[in-house]
Design a protein around this ligand. Sequence first.
Ligand code: SF4
Ligand code: SF4
Length: 168
Amino acid sequence: MTATGRQCGDCTLCCKVMAIEELAKPASAWCPHCAPGRGCRIYPDRPAECRTFSCVWLVNELLEEHWKPSRSKLVLTTSEDGLEVRCDPGFPDAWRREPFRGELREWAISGETLDMTVVVIVGQRMTLLTPEREFDLGIVGPDERIVRELVGTRVVNATVTKASDLER
Ligand code: SF4
Ligand code: SF4
């Protein structure tokens, strides 16, 4: 049980959309240990990454009930940069449906002044949402980073660069 009183219940979507390094499980593919809709078959022995994982819906009641991942088909997590929205690849347009699209746009608007990004991830394809537009970034690898070009707090362009190039 979490502070919100919420439980995963019939939801197992993170076991599909998240990559699990310890199991070499890629993103957007069911974990071989998952019984979809029921739970983890190796629950007592699941990797540390799974033990420590909670999606935003589970732990933050600011996200209303309709965001439950098994219903919305969207798993929300936070990163250093802001919010990541992973979409069930079986429902790649789930994030475009209302009320989700409208709420994501509102977060992009409020995030702009706070320098927090809203990124939608379908498989390896990423889309950066800003108040004014969507930046389709294509496939972004784990060794790549999104680079935003800002005018004030407004994002005017977004590109993808190798992380190693940014460190030079
Ligand atoms: S996506 Fe969230 S609610 Fe669903 S199983 Fe994972 S942690 Fe639980
Ligand atoms: S090991 Fe269990 S909790 Fe972890 S991804 Fe696989 S099914 Fe889910």
